[in-house]
Write a new protein. Structure first.
Length: 94
């Protein structure tokens, strides 16, 4: 899931939530973000929530806080890009 406005994978105003090596990862503007401690590639449906509150980015998995990070500052992710689910503008790098 992503909402981004960038060209060919370059940084810009965006957030994304993706599965990397069987774990959920959330990012804001390409910075570090929380990565789940639990593997989700187990054939079971999982409820995932990425929540930003000020300078904190939390990742909930199945209703339980799983991971959180502090980001340097509040990030403005307002942009005019389409909201994408299951798609990326950086197909060559994802």
């Amino acid at each position: 899931m992503t909402n981004e406005q960038r060209v060919d994978g370059a940084a810009g105003a965006f957030f994304d939530v993706r599965v990397i090596n069987g774990r959920i990862r959330a990012e804001l503007n390409g910075g570090s973000g929380p990565t789940s401690t639990t593997l989700v590639n187990d054939g079971v449906f999982h409820h995932v929530v990425a929540q930003r509150s000020g300078t904190s980015l939390q990742l909930y998995l199945d209703g339980v806080l799983n991971s959180a990070v502090t980001i340097g500052s509040a990030v403005d992710i307002n942009n005019s890009a389409l909201f994408r689910l299951g798609d990326s503008v950086c197909l060559s790098t994802d």
